[in-house]
Design a protein around this ligand. Structure first.
Ligand code: NAD
Ligand code: DAU
Length: 348
């Protein structure tokens, strides 16, 4: 089977690629990635010379390029992760999110339909986010029946992509599954998202900008649990179905940041409480969703998936990875990264 994984040089994608290359030697894994600021082939150094792996540098916004690759390689199945993924960036440049997340997804589906004659043997798996459902109050959980109510340009673009995938299923018979997952954390996450940004800032003794009052809640899932869910859905998911993936692990941002500060103090041999002193409450993110929480019952009862991870242990494992990979952090935080954050912090 020829499996195309898009966005495989990014955070989640690189873990998905490694898992599929190692677990399924009979599949050939093609990793298609434009290597934007968030894509990094260093993430896949350990498997880059595997015989069942090929990297293809391409941009999903370029319809002709994508069609040519489908014609050449005749991919059987697609796991689509390539996206602009950061909410704060979407607030500054919404159109970039429409171009990659919406148009890019359509380009991939169109290219697939052009070569998939017998639609029964194929699959377009769209990896999406719980943010499409908007924000929860104190009570309740997102389920597969929740209404779409995206609040940020990022989540609106992902919601739109979800709708197009569904529409391609109904209109053209494209075989698809969609999963909507909660916040991931783990090694190789770009230090713009809360956990790796704060690890990096603590290492550099920089302020930790907590948006608003820090009471917003996220449901944290270790990235390898997301990978195991993707594997399960890829192999066992039913055509035209949606599956929610979550960690059953809600924390307010402030709870999480304080926990992270404790872990960092210990790991860096700093006096207890020194990282916490770096916390600074800053102006809230516009349209900041209050709470995400997932009811992942369907995935458990229909496909037998539950998350394995234990949060404290895996947060520590994540910190250990960043401390052991300072050159990775130094590489991704040079140049444009510094300019972006200098400007962002100056505007606060
Ligand atoms: P990421 O930003 O780390 O990686 C995105 C990857 O996509 C990068 O390698 C980048 O180079 C590539 N890419 C971006 N634009 C491209 C284009 N035009 N053409 C080809 N490649 C392009 O993202 P991530 O956090 O790993 O998220 C992966 C997917 O999972 C996204 O679709 C995201 O919406 C979804 N998701 C993420 C989370 C999370 O917590 N990170 C949770 C749920 C769902
Ligand atoms: O829920 C899934 C989504 O989780 C994914 O679809 C997105 O791709 C991913 O980026 C993530 O979105 P969030 O906006 O929840 O993640 P982020 O790490 O940006 O922020 C987590 C929380 O921390 C959120 O409430 C905002 C807050 N935050 C974030 C940053 C970067 C801060 O308080 N300060 C910060 O500097």
């Amino acid at each position: 089977m020829k499996v195309l994984i898009t966005g495989g040089a990014g955070f989640i994608g690189s873990h998905v690629v490694r898992h599929f290359v190692k677990t399924y030697p009979k599949y050939h894994i093609y990793n298609l990635d434009a290597l934007t600021y968030a894509g990094n082939l260093e993430n896949l150094k350990d498997i880059e010379s595997s015989i069942n792996y090929t990297f293809l540098k391409a941009d999903i916004r370029e319809a002709h390029q994508i069609q040519a690759l489908f014609q050449e390689y005749k991919f059987d199945r697609v796991i689509h992760l390539a996206a602009e993924s950061h909410v704060d960036r979407s607030i500054r440049n919404p159109l970039a999110f429409v171009n990659t997340n919406v148009t890019g997804t359509i380009n991939l589906m169109q290219a697939a339909l052009n070569i998939w004659n017998d639609l029964n043997n194929h699959l377009f798996y769209h990896v999406s986010t719980d943010e499409v459902y908007g924000s929860l109050g104190r009570q309740g959980y997102f389920t597969e029946e929740s209404l779409y109510k995206p609040n940020s340009p990022y989540s609106a673009s992902k919601a739109s992509a979800d709708h197009f995938v569904r529409a391609y299923g109904e209109t053209y018979g494209l075989p698809f599954v969609i999963s909507n997952c909660s916040n991931n954390y783990g090694p190789n996450q770009f230090p713009e998202k809360l956990i790796p940004l704060f690890i990096n800032n603590i290492m550099e003794n920089k302020l930790l900008p907590v948006y608003g009052d820090g009471a917003n809640v996220r449901d944290w899932l270790y990235v390898l649990d997301h990978v195991s869910a993707i594997d399960r859905i890829f192999h066992k998911g039913k055509n035209q179905e949606t599956y929610l993936v979550g960690g059953n692990n809600e924390l307010t941002n402030l709870q999480l940041v304080k926990l992270l500060c404790d872990v960092m103090d210990k790991k860096l041999n700093r006096p207890e409480g020194s990282s916490e002193k770096l916390i600074k409450f800053v102006k809230d993110r516009p349209g900041h969703d209050q709470r995400y929480a997932i009811d992942a019952k369907k995935l458990k009862s229909e496909l037998g998936w539950t998350p394995k991870a234990s949060f404290n242990k895996d947060l520590e494992k994540t910190v250990d990875w960043y401390l052991a990979n300072k050159s990775w952090l130094a590489n991704v935080t040079s140049g444009a990264y510094r300019e972006y954050y200098t400007e962002l912090y100056e505007n606060r």
